[in-house]
Design a protein around this ligand. Structure first.
Ligand code: PEP
Ligand code: MN
Length: 353
């Protein structure tokens, strides 16, 4: 993709690019007060949700067009850039009518190609930065598809926002980070800026600081953080918003590591990793060959492929072993399940020969 590298003129190119503001534009006073406090701390880009996609009806669904003049005031009186979420062609037209500077496509919208296409069609011929959040489900192709639809509309200032992925059982995070997915996105589209949204990943304010640090360590280009002048009283996402003062503190404690220097010093260790990966691949290939032999035996003796007891035993034993070796049990389980799936695929091939 031929993307422009500067999303906005006048915003410092050094990491992290910071976008901050409330989940929702609630009242003119709340918008102005939050923006004033953020501007005073050097924040240049103000976010606020105007149309809020809510999981269930009855929640605060945003003020809609009524809130757009408030954002215009933020721009005119405080000199900040403004960013809003758009989900329909009408949203795009209305946001542009009020000179909004950045549009973003929300997670529920990017999961729906019809909706993304509608937004893309409304953007045809425009020159405005557009940020695309990952879809709620962990589907990298769907995310890339949304990015391509916006790109095909002629938009060249594009960024991605990683806001985590929905999961049924929520433990620590509101939305699981699954960092490998944005990492793979960066590998496939290297010149695409990626911004982390720690507020929606964490779902609680205590997690914002560690998530920001993690994003910086993984070389993300920017952060979009929900900040509110009175977070506890926020009309949406109250648990995950911080005051501009706390945000400033978090930003000041972030350690931004110098990427060039580490890359050089790491080369020896990296070649060790390459070698180890090679050995892992060879071992896996050997394991698959043995598994095919077992498949042959099962075929000759009319045995089913899946032997649940044996499978349980393997998972259980190896997970315990892994823990003793200092690895996470859940991690090992994921690896074993993946290996087992591939093994079954090989045996199925043998069975059907
Ligand atoms: C938001 O940014 O307030 C929002 C609704 O986020 P998401 O689309 O990531 O859920
Ligand atoms: Mn929110």
């Amino acid at each position: 993709m031929e993307l422009e590298s500067i999303l906005l003129p006048g915003v410092d190119a050094k990491r992290p690019l910071l976008i901050a503001g409330p989940c929702s534009a609630e009242t003119e006073e709340q918008v102005m007060e939050t923006a004033r406090q953020l501007a005073a701390r050097g924040v240049k880009i103000f976010r606020a949700g105007v149309w809020k996609p809510r999981t269930k009806p009855g929640g605060f669904e945003g003020n809609g067009v009524k809130a757009l003049p408030w954002l215009k005031r933020v721009k005119e009186e405080l000199g900040m850039y403004t960013a809003v979420e758009v989900a329909t062609a009408a949203h795009v037209r209305e946001a542009l009518a009020y000179d909004v500077d950045i549009l973003w496509v929300g997670a529920r919208t990017s999961a729906n190609p019809f909706a993304v296409q509608e937004v893309a069609d409304a953007l045809e011929g425009m020159d405005i930065p557009v940020l695309i959040k990952n879809p709620v489900n962990p589907d990298l192709d769907l995310w890339i598809g949304a990015i391509q639809r916006i790109y095909n509309a002629g938009i060249r200032r594009i960024g991605a926002i990683h806001r985590g992925f929905s999961s049924y059982d929520k433990k620590i995070y509101r939305n699981l980070p699954q960092w490998h997915i944005p990492m793979e996105l960066k590998r496939q589209i290297p010149n695409l800026p990626i911004i982390c949204d720690p507020s929606h990943i964490g779902g609680k304010r205590e997690l914002i600081s560690p998530l920001c640090q993690q994003a910086m360590d993984l070389n993300f280009d920017g952060l979009i953080v929900e900040a509110h002048c009175n977070p506890e009283k926020a009309w949406s996402d109250a648990a995950q918003q911080v005051t501009p003062e706390v945000l400033d503190f978090i930003m000041n404690t972030l350690v931004i590591r110098d990427t060039n220097q580490t890359t050089e010093n790491l080369s020896a260790l990296r070649s060790q990793i390459d070698e180890l990966d090679n050995s892992l691949l060879e071992l896996l290939a050997r394991r698959m060959r043995v598994s095919r032999e077992i498949g042959q035996y099962k075929k000759e003796h009319d045995m089913p492929i899946l032997q649940t007891q044996r499978y349980d035993e393997i998972i259980h034993k190896r997970v315990e072993q892994a823990k003793q070796m200092g690895m996470d049990g859940e991690f090992m389980k994921t690896v074993l399940i993946a290996i087992h799936e591939e093994s079954v695929r090989h045996q199925q091939e043998i069975m059907n020969l």
